[in-house]
Design a binder for this molecule. Structure first.
Ligand code: PGA
Length: 240
């Protein structure tokens, strides 16, 4: 894993943007694996600004998102479908038909998403990391062999996400559909961003811990091209 430590969130976002832009410019029909959450917002702002200022085009780009809640409508204000349209897609020239997010709560829904990805090679997979080490919604204990599947969200994850649901954990969905770790590992390149002290333990386990399902992100130790971008707070527990 290549680890880059920046002073703060804005600098980490800018560094991630440079890597993402390189992929998009070098391969105008690239396939991007995308993520939601607070972490990628700075990167997405940079992508939109660059598209508007410099004309970097996403006309031939295809995207596949990592995950989506189960049990809320796609048009719910906190669905990941809404999040992506609001925070990224509406600011780019990407055609709606090139955009993919998982949706549903059955095995058939999971299989359909895997099938949609079967003949595509994700050029770069963007990831955040949960305070518990999850990637996508692959919570601790998830087998590294899983493909797209339905998960029950852990209490820590639901607490972390309650800020988007009136700070009321009862409103946070209990389940989600997510790409599995095996799906994520197929990407040519992985770009993981983590900022803030809340992520420091998970970052340490991902990089310095054993490759073990207790920290789902540690699966990435076996991937040949991973760039981890941290701010100082997220890097604060690393020994080296
Ligand atoms: P966050 O979530 O970016 O909102 O911190 C990251 C994650 O849970 O993967």
């Amino acid at each position: 894993m290549k680890v880059i430590v920046k002073d703060n969130y804005d600098e980490a976002s800018l560094e991630a943007f440079k890597i993402m832009k390189e992929v998009v410019v070098n391969k105008p029909n690239a396939v991007l694996g995308l993520a939601t959450g607070s972490t990628p917002l700075g990167l997405y702002k940079n992508m939109i600004e660059d598209h508007k200022k410099n004309g970097t085009s996403y006309k031939n780009i295809t995207t596949f998102n990592l995950d989506e809640y189960v049990g809320i409508d796609r048009n719910h204000p906190e669905s990941y479908y809404t999040f992506m349209n609001k925070n990224l897609f509406s600011g780019l020239d990407i055609p709606a038909e090139n955009v993919h997010l998982p949706y549903g709560d059955t095995k058939e829904d999971c299989d359909a998403y895997e099938k949609a990805m079967e003949h595509v090679q994700v050029d770069i997979q963007l990831l955040g990391i949960g305070g518990n080490g999850h990637i996508g919604f692959n919570e601790p204990g998830t087998s590294f062999d899983e493909t797209t599947h339905i998960v029950e969200l852990q209490e820590r994850t639901r607490k972390d996400n309650a800020r988007f649901f009136d700070n009321d954990i009862n409103q946070v969905p209990t389940h989600a559909i997510t790409m599995g770790i095996a799906t994520i590992m197929k990407a040519s390149k992985v770009l993981l961003i983590a900022t803030g002290e809340n992520k420091a333990d998970a970052v340490k386990a991902m990089i310095e811990g054993p490759r073990d399902t207790s920290c789902p992100a540690s699966a990435l130790q076996a991937h040949k091209d991973v760039v981890v971008i941290l701010d100082k707070a997220a890097a604060s527990k690393l020994t080296k």
